[in-house]
Structure formats: C-alpha cells, structure tokens
Design a protein around this ligand. Structure first.
Ligand SMILES: Nc1nc2c(ncn2[C@@H]2O[C@H](COP(=O)(O)OP(=O)(O)OP(=O)(O)O)[C@@H](O)[C@H]2O)c(=O)[nH]1
Length: 384
C-alpha cells in the first residue's frame, strides 16, 4: 500500500503532467486555460505542502497547505466558468479561500479540532466540485457532440463532491476515524487518494474540453471565409455533396445560384482594396437578409459567390435570384453601385455537384453576355 506522502507526491506529478499539456494550449485563444494552468501549479504546491506536512513548521503543513489547495480548486472553478462562458465570481471565491485559511488556523491554534478542519476543507472541495458540475450543466444548450468530455466531468464532479461529503460524515461519526491527514490507515489512504487525485482529474476534464474547442475553432476557420463570414469554398463542396445526396434520396429539388459581382475590379482600382473588401462584406450582409436559414451562401473566391438552396425548384430559385439582384441594385450608396450577374441551375437526374456547378457557371456567363445585372437559367435544367 502506498504511504500518504507517496499519494500526495503522485498527485503532484499528475498535476505537473496536466500542467505541461495545458501549457502548450495556452496561446490557442480558449478562455479559462490560464486559470486551469494556475490551478495545476497551485495544486502541485499544495500537494508538496501536504506531503511534507510533518517535516515543515505546522503553519506550512496546515494553513498554507489547506489555503493553497483551496486556491488551486478555486482557480480550477474559475477556469471552468470561463471555459463555459459563465461569470467567474473571482472575488467571492477569493473571499472563501481566505475565510477557509483563517478558519483552519482558528481550528488549529485556538480550538484544536481535526474534525472541524476536515469538515471545512472537505465541504469547500465538495462545493467546488458541485459548482463545476453545475457550470457544465448550465451550458447544456451549447454542448457539441460528442458529449464524452462533459459526461466525464459531470461523473467526476459527482464522485468528488460525494466523496468529500462522505469523508466529513465518516470523520464526525466514526469512533476510529483518523486523527491526522497523514495517518497511514487503509480508509485514510483510500479517501486521501480520491481527494488528492481530484484536482488532476478536473484539470484533465478541462483539457478535454479545451481540446474539443480548439478542434471546433479550426473546423470553423476552415469552413468560413475570413473576410465576409460566408461559408468557404471547402464548406460548399462538403455541404453540397451532402445536400445533393439527401435531395436525391428524398426526391426533392435543389437549386444552385452562382453569383458574380459586376465590374468589381474598377471598385478596387478607384476606391482602393479596403473599399472593395467593404463591398464584399456588405454584399454578404444584404444577401443573408434575402435568403432562408437553410440556404448555404459560400464565397467561391474573389468576387464570386454560390448559394445552394435545398427544397427549391427552378421557379423558386429564379424568384430569389431576382429579389437578390434587385436588392443589391437598390443599395447603390453603400455598395458603390455594384450589380449582380446570376446563373441558376437545378439538380437533374444525371448531375453530380461538379456538373451542377458547371451548368450554373454556363448560365452565369450567359447573364454576363446579356449585359450584366441579369439572371440566367441553364437550359439543360429545363429538361430535368
Ligand atoms: N477588395 C478585394 N478584392 C478582391 C478580393 N479577392 C479578389 N478581389 C479582386 O476582385 C476582382 C475580380 O475581378 P473580375 O471578376 O475578374 O472582374 P470584374 O471587374 O468583376 O468584371 P466582371 O466580373 O466581368 O464584371 C479582381 O480585381 C481581384 O483582385 C478580396 O478579398 N478583396
């Protein structure tokens, strides 16, 4: 069986390992990571103070150890609150940590009571674990599949909170309960191990959450055009493939608009590149007002955009294209007089995404040939 000192040192090592991994995540823009890192560092310090409690002056082994460990758990809670975009209540937590440190001092120097110290520290740790679990549940609407990290955190919080409450009752109600934190009895070792490993386990939960966030942020960046916020060309081929398969399976129509901004180059040349960027962003804002939420507006490159329209037949797509063309033509002032040429194609039996795009592209060229500011329909579409 491990000694209590070895347990604290192993917990310290686990905090260190999680710290190292979290440290490599710190620049990735995920809020809360720095506080979890601080929690790991304080956790290492607290575990060392507990481990060497007998060798050190009592102040370090009791008040400093309890205060540092409570501060570590509080930092972990602040990290979780920020990670799940909830107010962190830092002042309240700082006050509670200070209060706990003073209270353990009082029950050490004024009324020496191991039971009271155990109750204070354990109930604080149980409260922190419950608050972390509550934070994760509060953010339930924002969970993204897979939910395994959230379930892991909730399970661990329940175990940690339950374990600490059990420890308080055990300590208060059992005649043979340990008289010191470092007492090497079977129960004490088990309870201590569970308590000491709580912090690295919570740090691991934060690590899993942060990792998932970073993956989602990378996916989002790859799927969105950085300038306009429209979907990217990559997302178009992803979503397009799926929508075509779904439409074919359900025998439903899908239409595609290919849109080119007319005479966009002179805007850049006359007003500058920034003004050109503003027109591109303004076009996307206006277009989104005209489209349904299920329509997928993508920037294919430069001044060319595509709109994939599920559940939309040719007459429906023509109506939307004309409404869009008129709306943009009316925004003369803010869009520097830009107009749209639009080509439309509707899915037919032989189409794949590539052929649908090239048919819409032919229609777009026809609209340009007709003098621009026009909508054209790809003629093969009519035979669909
Ligand atoms: N400001 C800005 N300009 C861009 C961006 N990407 C591409 N462009 C410019 O968009 C212009 C696209 O020009 P074209 O589509 O070839 O020409 P156009 O003037 O629109 O002519 P038509 O399409 O034939 O009416 C080029 O001058 C590109 O440099 C961007 O992100 N921002």
């Amino acid at each position: 069986m491990l000694s209590t000192k070895q347990i604290f040192l192993i917990a310290c090592l686990l905090c260190f390992v999680t710290f190292l991994v979290l440290f490599s995540f710190r620049e990735n823009g995920v809020k809360g990571i720095r506080q979890v890192i601080l929690g790991c560092v304080l956790g290492m310090a607290g575990n060392i103070l507990y481990a060497y409690g007998r060798e050190l002056a009592p102040f370090f082994g009791y008040e400093m150890a309890n205060g540092t460990y409570a501060a570590a758990s509080a930092a972990m809670l602040v990290g979780y609150r920020k990670l799940f975009k909830r107010p962190p209540h830092i002042r309240l937590l700082a006050g509670l940590v200070a209060g706990l440190t003073v209270a353990t001092g009082v029950f050490h120097y004024v009324f020496d009571s191991f039971e009271a110290r155990t109750a204070i520290t354990s109930l604080f740790q149980a409260g922190v674990a419950a608050a972390i679990g509550f934070t994760v549940l509060q953010a339930r609407q924002e969970w993204r599949r897979p939910y395994s990290a959230n379930h892991f955190i909730l399970g661990m919080c329940a175990l940690i909170a339950g374990g600490h409450v059990f420890r308080v009752f055990y300590q208060l109600l059992t005649a043979g309960a340990p008289r010191s934190l470092l007492e090497p009895t079977g129960w004490n070792t088990l309870i201590l191990a569970a308590g000491a490993f709580a912090l690295p386990v919570l740090a691991l939960g934060a690590l899993l959450t942060a990792h998932r966030r970073i993956v989602l942020m990378a996916e989002h960046a790859a799927n969105q055009d950085y300038l306009t916020g429209a979907w990217s060309r990559r997302a178009f081929f992803d979503v397009g493939g799926r929508e075509l398969a779904r439409a074919r399976r359900n025998g439903r129509p899908v239409s595609l608009l290919l849109i080119d901004l007319d005479h966009f180059k002179p805007i850049n040349d006359t007003h500058g590149h920034d003004a050109g960027d503003t027109v591109l962003k303004g076009f996307v804002q206006q277009a989104l007002l005209e489209l349904r939420r299920v329509d997928c507006l993508c920037r294919m490159g430069g001044d060319e955009f595509a709109v994939l329209m599920p559940e939309t037949d040719l007459p429906g797509a023509s109506t939307v294209a004309n409404r869009l063309r008129l709306r943009i033509a009316q925004e003369q002032a803010s869009l520097l007089g830009i107009t749209l040429s639009i080509g439309i194609a509707t899915l037919n039996k032989e189409d794949d995404l590539k052929s649908l795009v090239s048919r819409a592209d032919r229609a777009l060229y026809a609209a340009k040939d007709r003098g621009r500011n026009a909508v054209s329909v790809e003629t093969d579409t009519l035979s669909a």
